[in-house]
Design a protein around this ligand. Structure first.
Ligand code: FES
Length: 108
């Protein structure tokens, strides 16, 4: 028998009030995450913890299409979550995001 996987669903993640290059700590369903916009205004939903030492990414900075961890400087691609350099070698989770009126929704 194949193990069942939960079916992904869109969850509200709060108001769409994040400025370009901004970051907001949010919750979507039972998942804590960050809603991030790059400098060009694109929206992303990414993990709230860095894969290096599992410290919060809150307080991180957006640099181009990447986020820079405030603790030891690891960078992650906002679209894929891929680690772009040390000290992190493992990526972080990212989720599809959509705007629904003045709200943000994340597919989890
Ligand atoms: S906790 Fe993010 S680089 Fe160390």
């Amino acid at each position: 028998m194949t193990p069942s996987r939960p079916i992904a669903a869109w969850h509200d993640a709060g108001p769409a009030d994040v400025a370009p290059a901004g970051i907001a700590c949010r919750r979507a369903g039972d998942t804590r995450l960050l809603i991030v916009r790059d400098a060009a205004g694109q929206w992303f939903a990414i993990a709230s913890e860095c894969s290096h030492a599992l410290l919060p990414l809150a307080g991180a900075r957006v640099r181009g299409s990447a986020i820079l961890c405030p603790h030891h400087g690891a960078r992650f691609d906002l679209a894929s979550g891929r680690a772009l350099g040390p000290p992190a070698w493992t990526g972080i989770a990212v989720w599809p995001l959509r705007l629904a009126g003045d709200r943000v929704e994340v597919l989890i």
